[in-house]
Write a protein that binds this ligand. Structure first.
Ligand code: BGC
Length: 744
C-alpha cells in the first residue's frame, strides 16, 4: 500500500515535470526514508517546539508543529475498542453521537484462542476503527504477566506465559500498525497488580525479570516493531517506571535498541530531572483534573514542559536528551499522523462484528463437559437461563478500556435467538442481584437492573423454574465494577461475588443438566465444580458476547479455546499468595509499598507443575466436542547443535464426529541443570483444524533459545549441553508423548 502510494506520488510529480525532492522539504517527502524525514524535521524545530511535542495538550492529544504542517498526535484507549470522545481536559464525554464502536473481546479471550491469525485480524479490525476516528495511537495491547488472580486488570492482558503472550502480541501490533496506527504496548513493566499501583515498588530477581516479565514486551517491540510503548505506574529499583533508568534506558533503549517513543501512563510522571534523563519521551496525564486533582489545562506545567525548558534556559541541562525525545516523537508522528497513504478506515462494519464474534467463540474455553452435556441439541428443549451476567452489559466499566458500543448482544439475547431458530424455548430467572450500576465517565448502559426481591426469593424462583427445565444455563462470574475485573483496584478474594456459589449449588440440586458460563477475565474459585457437569469460561466478549456464547452452547462452533492462565483451587495455591508475596509491605517512612516477587520464575503453571500443586484447571486446558488422538512424537534429529534447530512431528487425529481445532503444545524440560528449572515451559504451539477422521502431522520447531535460561550473573542466556525432554500435549497437565534429545 505504502509503496503504491509513493509510486503514485512520483508519477504525479513527473507528470507536472517537477522532482519531489526539488520542491518538497525532505520531512514531507514520502519517497524519503523515515529516518531522513525525521532528521530533517528535527533540524527545523526550535527548542520551544521540541518541548511542545513531548507532552500532552489535552487528555489524549499532544501538539504538532503547525508552522511546519506537522500535525497533532491523537491517542485513544485501547485495547478492546476505540474509546468514546471525552472533553478536551476532562474525562467526561464530549457528547459526540458518532463515536460508538465495536467492542472486541478482551485480550484474555484473544490469548485463549491461541491463534496468531486471529490476533492479526484483531489488530487490523481495531486499526480500521481507529483510522475512521482519526486516531494515531491506540493505547494497547497490554502484556503484563498474570501473576495473581486478584489483579483487577488481568482481563486486559494475555495470560501467565511469556511465550504465549509473545506469540499473540506480535500480530496484534503488526495488524494495527498496517493501518498507520501505532500500538502503544503497555504497561512496561512489572505492573502486575492494581492495588497501590502508584506506590508499589517491585523487587524481582533478574532471572524472573528476563524470563517472565520482559519477553512479551521485547517481542512486541522487536518482532512487532511497536512504534510506542507505555511505561507503567509503579516502581522498580525504587524509581517510577515512567522514568526508570534501568528498564527504559539500559534495557529498552540500549539492550533492545528501541527507536520508538516511550509514553508515560496517564499521570505516571513524577519528576522533571528523572523524566529528562531516564527515558521518558512523551508525557500524558500529569496534573490535570483527571488522575491527580490539580489545575485544569495545566499542560504547560507538565514535568516535560516549562520546568524542562527552564532548566535548559538556565543551562542546568543540555539539549541532547531533548533531541532524542523529539526525534522519537517525530518518528511516531511521521509513521502515523503524517502517513498520507493510510486509508480512511471503517467503523462498526459487518466485518468487524464478524471478527469480534469469531475471536469470541474461538476464545471461549470448555472447561468441563461430563457425558457431553454440551452442545445442546435436544429438539424442543426447554432452557432456563439464570444470572445477572446473562443480561448485564459488560462493555461499560472496568476503567480506561470502557467503551461506548453501537450494540452489545447479551448472553440471554444470544441464547434466545439461537434457541428459537432451533425450536427450543428459553425462560430467565435473575438468581442474584450483583451490581446494578452501569456508568463510566458519563457513558451509561441505560439498563435498569433493579430487583428488590431478597436473595432467598430469587434463589427460590430460579430453583422452581430450574426443576421444570431440560437444561439450566447459569451465566455469572465477575463484572467490571471496582474490586472485580476493573482498573485501579484488585479483587478481595478468589471467590465469586454476590453469593453466586449458593445460587449454583441450589440450581445443581434442582437440575442435573447444569451448565455454568463464567464471565470473567480472571480465575475464580469453583467449590461446586463437581456439581456442574458443563462449565464454559467465557471472558468479556464485547459486542457479540451473546452470539459467541450461543455459537458454542448450541454447537454451531466447536470450542477450541485454551486457558492462558492456571485456575488454582484456592488462592494460596497460586505462588504469589502461597509465599505471602502480595500486596507487599508499606515502608514506615514513606508511602512506598515494597513487593518482592518471591516466587521468582515460578509463575503460573511453572509453579503448579514444579511444586506439584494440582490446579483446578491447568494452563493450556480446554476441551472440544470432538476427540483428538495424539500419536508418537518424533524428531528430525536427536541432537541439537549450538546454532541448530530441531523439528518435532506428532500425528494428531480427530477421532470424533465433529470437525474442530486442537492446540498442540510443546513444552521443554531440562531435567539436569546447574540452576533450578521449572518442570516444563511452553516453547511452541500450533492450532490445527481437523475434519472427523482426519489426521495431520503437526510440526513444531525450536532452537537453542527454547532451551536457555537467563544467567543473571553473566547477564546472558545460557543453554547447558546435555539432555532435554520435549513433551507434547493438549494442555500443560495433559501430555501425550515425550521425547529425549541432546544439546551438543
Ligand atoms: C491507564 C492506561 C490508559 C490511560 C489513558 C491510565 O489510567 O493505566 O492503561 O491507557 O489511563 O486512559
Amino acid at each position: 500500500m505504502k509503496k503504491l502510494c509513493i509510486i503514485a506520488f512520483s508519477v504525479l510529480a513527473s507528470a507536472v515535470a517537477i522532482s519531489a525532492s526539488d520542491t518538497m522539504p525532505v520531512y514531507l517527502d514520502p519517497s524519503k526514508s523515515i529516518d531522513e524525514r525525521v532528521e530533517d524535521a528535527l533540524a527545523r524545530l526550535n527548542t520551544q517546539e521540541k518541548i511542545d511535542i513531548i507532552h500532552a495538550q489535552s487528555k489524549f492529544c499532544s501538539k504538532g508543529v503547525a508552522r511546519l504542517g506537522i500535525p497533532e498526535l491523537w491517542t485513544t484507549d485501547g485495547p478492546h475498542g476505540i474509546r468514546p470522545e471525552v472533553l478536551w481536559d476532562e474525562w467526561e464525554q464530549a457528547g459526540w453521537t458518532n463515536d460508538s464502536c465495536v467492542a472486541f473481546p478482551a485480550l484474555t479471550c484473544l490469548a485463549a484462542t491461541w491463534d496468531p491469525e486471529l490476533s492479526l485480524l484483531y489488530g487490523k479490525s481495531l486499526g480500521e476503527e481507529a483510522r475512521f476516528r482519526g486516531k494515531d495511537v491506540v493505547l494497547g495491547p497490554g502484556v503484563n504477566i498474570y501473576r495473581t488472580p486478584l489483579n483487577g486488570r488481568n482481563f486486559e492482558y494475555m495470560g501467565e506465559d511469556p511465550y504465549l503472550a509473545s506469540r499473540m502480541v506480535v500480530p496484534y501490533v503488526k495488524g494495527l500498525q498496517s493501518l498507520g496506527v501505532a500500538a502503544c504496548v503497555k504497561h512496561f513493566a512489572l505492573n502486575n497488580n492494581e492495588l497501590n499501583r502508584h506506590t508499589t515498588n517491585v523487587i524481582v530477581d533478574d532471572r524472573a525479570l528476563y524470563e517472565i516479565y520482559l519477553p512479551a514486551f521485547k517481542a512486541a517491540v522487536q518482532q512487532g516493531d511497536a512504534w510506542s510503548i507505555m511505561a507503567g505506574y509503579n516502581l522498580y529499583d525504587s524509581q517510577h517506571l515512567c522514568h526508570n533508568a534501568r528498564i527504559l534506558n539500559d534495557i529498552l533503549k540500549k539492550e533492545w535498541n528501541y527507536k520508538g517513543a516511550v509514553v508515560s501512563d496517564w499521570g505516571g510522571a513524577h519528576d522533571t530531572m528523572e523524566a529528562i534523563t531516564n527515558g521518558l519521551d512523551l508525557e500524558f496525564g500529569s496534573w490535570t483534573n483527571g488522575l491527580y486533582a490539580g489545575a485544569s489545562n495545566a499542560y504547560d506545567n507538565y514535568y516535560l514542559a516549562l520546568p524542562y525548558l527552564d532548566l535548559i534556559k538556565q543551562g542546568k541541562v543540555g539539549t541532547d536528551e531533548l533531541d532524542d525525545k523529539a526525534r522519537r516523537v517525530l518518528r511516531l508522528i511521521m509513521l502515523t499522523a503524517m502517513d498520507n497513504c493510510k486509508g480512511n478506515g471503517s467503523m462498526c462494519s459487518k466485518e468487524h462484528y464478524d471478527a469480534a464474534r469469531r475471536i469470541g467463540h474461538d476464545g471461549i474455553v470448555l472447561l468441563r463437559n461430563e457425558n457431553y452435556l454440551l452442545p445442546i441439541a435436544k429438539p424442543s428443549a426447554r432452557i432456563l437461563v439464570v444470572g445477572e451476567n446473562a443480561i448485564k452489559m459488560m462493555t461499560v466499566g472496568g476503567g480506561s478500556s470502557s467503551l461506548k458500543v453501537q450494540r452489545e448482544v447479551s448472553p440471554l439475547d444470544g441464547i434466545r435467538s439461537a434457541a428459537s431458530s432451533l425450536g427450543m424455548s428459553v425462560d430467565y430467572a435473575r438468581g442474584y442481584v450483583g451490581d446494578i450500576t452501569g456508568e463510566y465517565n458519563g457513558v451509561v448502559t441505560g439498563q435498569d437492573l433493579t430487583d428488590s426481591r431478597s436473595a432467598a426469593e430469587l434463589i427460590a424462583e430460579a430453583k422452581t423454574k430450574a426443576a421444570q427445565a431440560d437444561y439450566v444455563i447459569f451465566v455469572g462470574g465477575l463484572n467490571k465494577s471496582a474490586g472485580q475485573d476493573c482498573e485501579d483496584s484488585d479483587r478481595a478474594s478468589l471467590s465469586l461475588p454476590y453469593d453466586q456459589d449458593n445460587v449454583i449449588m441450589a440450581l445443581a440440586e434442582a437440575n442435573s443438566n447444569l451448565i455454568v458460563v463464567n464471565v470473567s477475565g480472571n480465575a475464580v474459585a469453583m467449590p461446586w465444580v463437581k456439581k456442574a457437569p458443563a462449565i464454559l469460561q467465557a471472558w468479556f466478549l464485547g459486542s457479540e458476547a451473546g452470539n459467541s456464547i450461543a455459537d458454542v452452547i448450541f454447537g454451531h462452533v466447536n470450542p477450541s479455546g485454551k486457558l492462558p492462565f492456571s485456575f488454582p483451587v484456592k488462592l494460596t495455591d497460586n505462588a504469589a499468595h502461597h509465599l505471602n508475596a502480595y500486596p507487599g509491605t508499606k515502608r514506615a517512612d514513606s508511602e512506598i509499598v515494597d513487593l518482592e516477587y518471591k516466587e521468582g520464575i515460578l509463575v503460573g503453571y511453572r509453579w503448579h507443575d514444579t511444586k506439584k500443586i494440582k490446579p483446578l484447571f491447568a494452563f493450556g486446558h480446554g476441551l472440544s466436542y470432538t476427540d483428538f488422538e495424539f500419536g508418537k512424537l518424533s524428531a528430525d534429529n536427536s541432537v541439537m547443535t549450538a546454532d541448530g534447530t530441531i523439528t518435532f512431528t506428532i500425528p494428531v487425529t480427530n477421532t470424533g464426529k465433529m470437525a474442530g481445532a486442537e492446540v498442540v503444545q510443546l513444552y521443554i524440560s531440562d531435567p539436569k541443570c546447574s540452576v533450578m528449572r521449572p518442570a516444563k515451559e511452553l516453547k511452541a504451539f500450533d492450532k490445527v483444524w481437523l475434519e472427523p477422521g482426519e489426521t495431520k502431522n503437526v510440526t513444531l520447531s525450536i532452537d537453542r533459545d527454547a532451551l536457555s535460561y537467563f544467567d543473571a550473573d553473566k547477564h546472558e542466556w545460557v543453554a547447558e549441553p546435555g539432555d532435554f525432554i520435549a513433551s507434547v500435549g493438549s494442555a500443560s497437565d495433559n501430555i501425550k508423548s515425550t521425547l529425549k534429545f541432546k544439546l551438543k
